[in-house]
Write a protein that binds this ligand. Structure first.
Ligand SMILES: C[S@@+](CC[C@H](N)C(=O)[O-])C[C@H]1O[C@@H](n2cnc3c(N)ncnc32)[C@H](O)[C@@H]1O
Length: 410
C-alpha cells in the first residue's frame, strides 16, 4: 500500500468507528444529558489537539503542550465506562474498545506528521508530502468541528427519555451530623466556604437597608444553620426551617445565641403567618427541589411588603454542569450521587419570571464562582480535600452560580 495512505488509515478508521458509535448506537439508545455533554467535552479536547499542528510551529514547548492535551484526551474518553456498563449493548462496548485503541494512534500520527513538517524529515520513516499532511489535518479539524456542532445542537434539542434525569439526593443531609461543620473530605466543605461569602454579603445588605434594629428573618432550607446562626449572632430574630431534622439538631447545637427557632417544615407549605418576616433567605436551596414556584410563592406570602428575599442557586449552563456537577464529582472526596441534578439548575431569567409571578422584583443579581489559581484550589485538585482557605468570590458572570436580592412589592 502507498506509504501516505498508511498514515491516513487511523484517521479514516477512527472516523468510521465514531460514525457507527454516534449515528447507530447513540441514536438508538439516546444519551442522558450528562453523557452527551461529556462527549462534547471529549470532542473539544480532541479538537484542541488537532489544532496544535495547524496553529503552532513544532517547537519543544508546543510539542509538550500537545503531549499534555493528548494524554488528557486519551483519559477523558474512557470516563464514561461507568455509564456504559449500565446502558450499552455488547456491540457498542466493542466499538468503544476499538476507539480506545485508535484514539492514541491518531494522536500519535498527528504529532509525527507535525514534527515531520520541520525541514528535517523523520529519520528513516517515509512521510506523506507536506501539503497532503497539512490538508489532511485541516480536513480532520473541519470534520471534528462539524461533529462537535452536531453533538451540541442535536443532543441539546432532542427530547430526553422519560426518567433519564436522576432525582435529587436530599437524604444525604441527614447523614452529615457534625461533619456539616468539620469535614474537609466532603462537598459540604464547599458549602461552608460559599456560605462565608454569602453570609457577610447578606449581613451587609441587611445593615445597609434596615440599619441596626433587629429584623425578623426566615432561613428556608437552613441545613445546619450556617447563615441562620450568623444572623442571630448579629442580633436578628431568626427562624430556620428544613426538612432534615438531623441537620436542624446540628444547627441548634451550633447556635451560640440559643435564640434561633429551628423547626422541621416543608418549604412548599410553610405553616407560618402571612407577612410575618422582614427578610426571607434561600441559600443553595432552589436547586434542591422541583416545586420552585410553590416555594417562592410561600416565601413571598410570609414576607411583608417592602421586605427582601435573598437567594443563591446555580445557573443551567454547560460551564456550571462542568464545574458544579462534574468538577465536584471528579475532584472532591465522598461526593454522593446526584447531590446536584442539572435539570434543577435555574437560569436567572426563569427565576426572575417566577419571582415576578409572586410579587417579588429582582433588584440585584451577582455571579459567584470559586477562586482559582490559589494554593487551596490546587490542593483540592491534588488531594480531594477542601481546606478552610478555599474561597468563593463574586464575579461579573452569572454562568456558574449566582445570588441576589428581590423586593416584595405590595
Ligand atoms: C444544600 S443544603 C443548603 C443548606 C443551607 N441553606 C446552607 O446554605 O448551608 C439544602 C437543604 O435544603 C433542605 N431541603 C430540601 N428540600 C426541602 C424542602 N422541601 N423543605 C425544606 N427543606 C428542604 C435539605 O434538607 C438541605 O438541608
Amino acid at each position: 500500500m502507498n506509504d501516505s495512505l498508511l498514515w491516513f488509515l487511523p484517521f479514516g478508521l477512527q472516523g468510521l468507528a465514531m460514525g457507527v458509535d454516534e449515528f447507530w448506537f447513540h441514536h438508538r439508545r439516546t444519551l442522558p444529558r450528562g453523557e452527551w455533554m461529556g462527549h462534547a467535552l471529549d470532542t473539544s479536547v480532541f479538537l484542541a489537539c488537532l489544532a496544535c499542528p495547524l496553529l503552532l510551529p513544532p517547537t519543544g514547548p508546543n510539542i509538550s503542550l500537545f503531549g499534555v492535551l493528548a494524554v488528557i484526551s486519551c483519559l477523558l474518553i474512557t470516563k464514561d465506562e461507568f455509564i456504559h456498563q449500565r446502558l450499552c449493548t455488547g456491540g457498542e462496548h466493542w466499538v468503544h474498545a476499538v476507539l480506545f485503541i485508535l484514539h492514541p494512534l491518531v494522536l500519535m500520527a498527528t504529532a509525527l506528521l507535525w514534527i515531520s513538517s520541520k525541514a528535517t524529515p523523520l529519520a528513516g520513516i517515509p512521510t506523506p508530502p507536506l501539503t497532503a499532511a497539512r490538508g489532511m489535518l485541516l480536513f480532520q479539524c473541519f470534520a471534528v468541528s462539524g461533529f462537535l456542532a452536531f453533538q451540541v445542537v442535536y443532543w441539546s434539542t432532542r427530547k430526553q427519555p422519560e426518567g433519564a434525569e436522576p432525582t435529587i439526593n436530599n437524604a444525604l443531609y441527614d447523614e452529615l451530623g457534625e461533619r456539616w461543620y468539620t469535614a474537609t473530605d466532603d462537598p459540604v466543605a464547599l458549602l461552608r466556604s460559599e456560605s462565608r461569602l454569602r453570609t457577610s454579603w447578606v449581613l451587609s445588605e441587611i445593615r445597609a437597608h434596615f440599619g441596626d434594629p433587629p429584623q425578623a428573618i426566615l432561613d428556608v432550607g437552613c441545613g445546619a444553620g450556617f447563615l441562620a446562626n450568623a444572623l442571630a449572632e448579629a442580633g436578628h430574630a431568626v427562624t430556620g426551617i428544613d426538612l432534615s431534622r438531623e441537620s436542624l439538631a446540628v444547627a441548634h447545637r451550633h447556635d451560640a445565641t440559643r435564640s434561633v427557632i429551628y423547626r422541621a417544615m416543608d418549604a412548599r407549605v410553610l405553616s407560618l403567618p402571612d407577612g410575618r418576616f422582614d427578610v426571607v433567605c434561600m441559600m443553595d436551596f432552589l436547586e434542591h427541589l422541583v416545586e420552585r414556584d410553590a416555594v417562592i410563592r410561600e416565601a413571598s406570602r410570609v414576607l411583608r411588603p417592602g421586605g427582601f428575599f435573598y437567594f443563591h442557586t446555580f445557573n443551567r449552563t454547560p460551564i456550571s454542569w462542568l464545574i458544579a456537577i462534574k468538577g465536584v464529582e471528579w475532584f472532591v472526596r465522598n461526593t454522593p450521587k446526584h447531590m446536584h441534578v442539572y435539570d434543577l439548575f435555574l437560569k436567572p431569567a426563569e427565576l426572575r419570571d417566577m419571582c415576578a409571578r409572586h410579587h417579588l422584583t429582582i433588584e440585584v443579581v451577582r455571579g459567584v464562582r470559586p477562586r482559582i489559581f490559589t494554593w487551596a484550589f490546587l490542593r483540592l485538585l491534588l488531594t480531594g480535600r477542601v481546606s478552610d482557605q478555599f474561597q468563593f468570590i463574586f464575579t461579573g458572570s452569572q454562568r456558574v452560580g449566582y445570588c441576589g436580592r428581590a423586593l416584595k412589592i405590595a
